[in-house]
Design a protein around this ligand. Structure first.
Ligand code: UD1
Ligand code: CA
Length: 457
């Protein structure tokens, strides 16, 4: 097949989103909307990919910064889709081949559909091929007009269509293949004499037909795929469809989703076979989960790596953490970024960790804050233990050696070290380093004043 480049139109603001954020940057199933068609074009083999940007150009560019395959072309004023493509052509000046043209607001488009379109276009040696769909309610879309013999003649926009044309149910998806020579030669001959006074890219269809060039339409089987997102109702609908696709793939690969309709897993997450995910979990940020894990209901996991056989109990929140194998967490635990839990670690209810490493077999079973701590193997952290890691200005580290037993309600005022195999008695505030194999105890001696209450009365 010929070389293929892509142009993705993303300069418009997306007024109907009623948002301060440009439409194409709204996230859908974990990715900015625009990333979906861009990935589809890339997977279909397009290179380079030129983004036409305008509104919030810096923010859009930011998403793709450092991505070599993506070029950006500025469209200062949004004068129409034809004008937008014209703005992209400088970036493609050296390119000869087929140009895929897409819109940034079609996150449901599959790479396979683009490959089919490219193949259809090449097989028929077409100059222009339009991806179309037959819709029950075509309102709002451009209609594909064919002659008596079914040949494509032109596309007419909703606002320019006469009543007869408005009855046409085959619509323009806004996705096309065009030969670069044809584009370069004709893009500037588009006028703006129409209802919206815009330069319509769709006029290239009539231009190609008039010149006797091969201009075809390929109807897609799944009209969902070309759904353009204009408002937040459609945004939610698209997210639901993408989640279904993601969940289906996971289930077919051996993951049990107890209720897939209520499971929110973003693109880019991987989960191993025989893991079970209960309802109302949110898993995102390129999280990797191993085999045989159980993720109970209402768990939120972002940017984590979780080894085989882990059990994350209900209501826990895990961010940027690294769990090795057979680790148990929760219920209602909060693992913050920089947490590393080695094999067989157990974190219980209402425990919060941050930038804390726990060695193999160590436990913090209840009501504890562990921040900036380095904890060895087989350590027991008693209920209510707090690392006092912040003095109001700086953060300090707590180091706890292998085999240490920390009693309940202990405060460790960092920086502080508890040597291996020591015991810190319940209620102790540790301010001085503890040598290995020692007992540390710091309590105010207890006084019992017998009969004190009676005398008060
Ligand atoms: C367009 C098509 C219509 C098709 C529909 C499919 C034209 C004239 N019409 O209509 O036939 O059925 O898509 O969804 O092409 N954009 C720019 N710069 C501009 C104008 C638009 O970058 O100057 C971008 C928008 O940000 C958007 C895309 O192009 O991503 C489509 O523009 P939009 O105004 O939504 O076109 P439609 O009216 O939906
Ligand atoms: Ca649109």
């Amino acid at each position: 097949m010929k070389p293929c480049a892509a142009v993705v139109l993303a300069a418009g603001k997306g007024t109907r989103m009623k948002s301060g954020v440009i439409k194409v940057l709204h996230p859908v199933a974990g990715l900015p909307m625009l990333s979906w068609p861009v990935s589809a074009a890339r997977e279909a083999g397009a290179t380079p990919i030129v983004l036409v940007i305008g509104h919030q150009a810096n923010a859009v560019q930011g998403v793709f910064r450092g991505d070599g395959g993506i070029l950006c072309a500025m469209q200062e004023q949004q004068l129409g889709t034809g004008h937008a493509v014209a703005c992209a052509l400088d970036a493609l000046s050296g390119f000869r081949g087929t140009v895929l043209i897409l819109c940034g607001d079609t996150p449901l488009l599959r790479p396979e559909t683009l490959s089919d379109l490219l193949k259809f276009h090449a097989d028929h040696a077409a100059v222009v091929t339009v991806l179309t769909a037959v819709m029950d309610d075509p309102h709002g879309y451009g209609r594909l007009v064919r002659d008596e013999d079914g040949r494509v003649t032109r596309i007419v926009e909703q606002k320019d269509a006469d009543p007869e044309e408005q009855d046409i149910r085959e619509i323009n998806s806004g996705i096309y293949c065009m030969e670069s020579d044809f584009l370069f030669e004709n893009i500037r001959s588009i006028g703006n004499n129409n209802a919206q006074q815009e330069y319509y890219l769709t006029d290239l269809v009539a231009i190609a037909v008039r010149k006797g060039l091969t201009c075809l339409a390929m109807p897609t089987a799944d009209a969902d795929e070309i759904m353009g997102i204009n408002d937040r109702v459609q945004l939610a609908e698209a997210a639901r469809i993408l989640r279904r696709r993601i969940n289906r793939e996971l289930m077919l690969s051996g993951v049990t989703l107890v209720d897939p309709e209520q499971t929110y897993i973003d693109q880019g997450v991987s989960i191993g076979a025989d893991s079970v995910v209960h309802p109302n979990c949110h898993i995102g940020g390129e999280t990797v989960i191993g085999c045989g894990c159980e993720i109970e209901q209402g768990v939120s996991i972002t940017g984590c790596s979780i080894g085989d056989g882990c059990h994350i109990k209900a209501g826990s929140v895990l961010e940027g953490s690294d769990l090795r194998e057979d680790v148990a967490v929760g219920p209602m635990a909060h693992l913050r970024p920089g947490t590393v839990l080695h094999n067989h670690v157990k974190i219980g209810n209402f425990v919060e960790t941050k930038k804390t490493v726990m060695g193999e077999g160590s436990k913090a079973s209840h009501l504890t804050y562990l921040g900036d701590a380095e904890i060895g193997r087989d350590v027991n952290i008693g209920c209510g233990t707090i690392t006092c890691n912040y003095d109001g200005v700086n953060k300090h580290r707590t180091v706890i050696g292998d085999g240490v037993f920390i009693g309940s309600d202990v405060q460790l005022v960092a920086p502080v070290t508890v040597g291996r195999n020591s015991l810190v008695a319940a209620g102790t505030t540790v301010t001085i380093d503890v040598e290995p194999d020692s007992l540390a105890i710091a309590r105010v001696p207890q006084v019992n004043k017998v009969g004190w209450r009676l005398k008060k009365k």
